[in-house]
Write a protein that binds this ligand. Structure first.
Ligand SMILES: [Zn+2]
Length: 61
């Protein structure tokens, strides 16, 4: 049994229009037996935060 140790390389990087995020196809290759695994990784942008509301403090009371 091979105890796979993988090296990872980005094969392709593109923008996924359906999911509206960047995607990378990564290929992991075992350095011992050469087994390859393909993995698609989606990198969602951090969710857009709403700007905090500025509460006006009326200090002139
Ligand atoms: Zn292996």
């Amino acid at each position: 049994m091979c105890r796979h140790v993988y090296t990872e390389a980005v094969k392709k990087s593109y923008y996924d229009n359906n999911l509206q995020c960047r995607a990378e196809i990564r290929v992991r290759t075992c350095i011992f037996c050469g087994k390859k695994e393909k993995e698609t990784v989606y990198m969602k942008d951090p969710p857009k935060r709403k700007l905090p509301k500025f509460i006006k403090h009326d200090l002139s009371d």
